[in-house]
Design a protein around this ligand. Structure first.
Ligand code: ATP
Ligand code: MG
Length: 415
């Protein structure tokens, strides 16, 4: 991929209205463009990052037995009046058609997945069942802010599980929790698991997955010595109090919620009269769980965690490409050969082939944050200068050595 061919290029000046690092760097580097508050376009490179995150989430959801589906974003009013959501959910976007019919845009999909599952769940033998999708969500957020952390349109993975007993739900929850922790680890994020109230759905406990960052909107108390963590919203403890689990003093920090799990109980299965027959021929309402991951928010949180004064430092697992190739004046032909060889070896490479000064190319490369950098210049002849974006490593290598090195790259697939 040649940078000169891309419509979206890094720009010199950051956007004026950026209130967070992710907003400033993602727009300046050319990964996203803002349409209005909370609504963004993803450019070719930005979309690649989103897809990389999505792939990791999908792999882990498939691994716990989730079945991927895709539900509509446009919903008839009836599904939402059935649960009371039409009146009670303040973020629900409501639309009217030209014939006067009313619709909602999906802010979450309990109202759709429950009647859908009802068509197929009849007996205890059909349970447990976990369905998930990866899709844009719409919420009439009063304050869409912090770049892609809080959107009015945002990308989410939402999974819904159906169980014949509370034990079955609790068992599955533990499995999903581990899968979530694997997802965040693969994304380069350290997530703490909090206990929090169940929000709109139920009085039951829910769990939030929190990443410490000043750009987040939640305050949490956590313990460094053990895994205790709680959202300030419901907390009876305060900073410095002994940890209820191990006695060490609690710390307070800002955090961004990158995912959560709710025990929905029978609220939705009752509302849609979804019942199953047990071994004795008796009918029951299944217990439901729901499990969200904010995919676009994760992308923003990654930028909040991985940046320096010069730009982004993408973790290898989500980087839009693995390697950025920089050709300085006079080395274009050699660069072109390297570009083609890397591409045919299945290594994702972005070649800055623009007619710009070395200084401009280096500055843009720092902004873009591709993990590995190759510099070819007439000064180095057939040798290639290899660097990592974090500047921790560098060497002068020949092409053969480089190709061997990259053969082991984890997501080495051709664009
Ligand atoms: P929050 O507390 O941040 O408002 P929520 O509790 O409403 O989120 P869910 O409705 O369960 O969260 O959504 C699942 C996940 O989707 C959240 O954990 C979060 O990562 C992400 N998310 C929620 N709202 C937004 C938004 N407006 N923009 C971007 N991501 C969001
Ligand atoms: Mg929340």
């Amino acid at each position: 991929m040649q940078l000169s061919h891309l419509l979206f290029q890094p720009v010199k000046n950051p956007p004026k209205d950026a209130d967070t690092i992710n907003h400033r760097l993602l727009v300046q580097a050319g990964y996203v463009r803002q349409l209005m508050a909370g609504v963004y376009s993803y450019t070719t490179l930005g979309l690649q990052v989103l897809r990389n995150i999505e792939k990791i989430v999908r792999e882990e959801m498939n691994a716990v037995g989730g079945q991927e589906i895709l539900m509509p974003a446009l919903h008839p009013k009836l599904n939402w009046t059935t649960t009371g959501g039409w009146e009670n959910i303040d973020v629900l976007f409501k639309l009217q058609s030209r014939t006067g019919k009313e619709y909602a845009l999906g802010q979450s999909h309990e109202e759709i997945v429950t009647p859908l599952a009802k068509e197929f769940i009849h007996s205890y033998k059909d349970l447990p069942l976990a369905l998930y999708q990866i899709q844009w969500k719409y919420r009439d957020e009063l304050r869409a802010k912090s770049g892609i952390l809080r959107g009015r349109e945002f990308y989410m993975k939402d999974m819904y599980s159906f169980h014949s007993s509370q034990e079955s739900f609790e068992e599955f929850y533990q499995v999903v929790k581990q899968a979530y922790l694997r997802v965040y680890k693969r994304l380069g994020l350290t997530a703490k698991v909090t206990e929090a109230s169940g929000g709109n759905f139920t009085d039951k406990i829910s769990y939030e997955f929190m990443v410490l960052t000043d750009a987040g909107e939640d305050d949490i108390y956590y313990c460094d010595a053990c895994d205790y963590c709680i959202n300030q919203e419901i907390a009876t403890v305060k900073e410095g109090d002994p940890c209820p689990k191990c006695g060490q003093p609690l710390k307070k920090a800002r955090a961004a919620e990158v995912g959560n799990v709710f025990d929905l109980g029978q609220k939705f299965t009752k509302a849609f009269d979804l019942q199953f027959t047990d071994q004795n021929g008796e009918k029951h309402f299944p217990i439901m769980g729901c499990y969200g991951i904010g995919i676009s928010r994760c992308m923003g949180v990654i930028v909040e965690k991985y940046n320096d004064e010069r730009g982004i430092l993408w973790p290898e697992s989500v980087a839009p490409v693995s390697v950025e190739l920089l050709s300085l004046a006079g080395a274009e032909e050699f660069a072109s050969q390297i570009h083609d060889k890397l591409q045919s070896a299945g290594i994702k490479v972005l070649w800055d082939d623009r007619n710009l000064s070395a200084g401009n190319k280096f500055a843009d490369a720092d902004l873009l944050g591709i993990p590995e950098r190759l510099i070819v210049s007439p000064r180095n002849g057939e040798k290639i200068e290899w660097q990592t974006r974090d500047k921790k490593e560098s060497a002068l290598l020949d092409l053969e050595t480089l190709l061997e090195k990259y053969a082991s790259l984890t997501h080495a697939t051709a664009l």
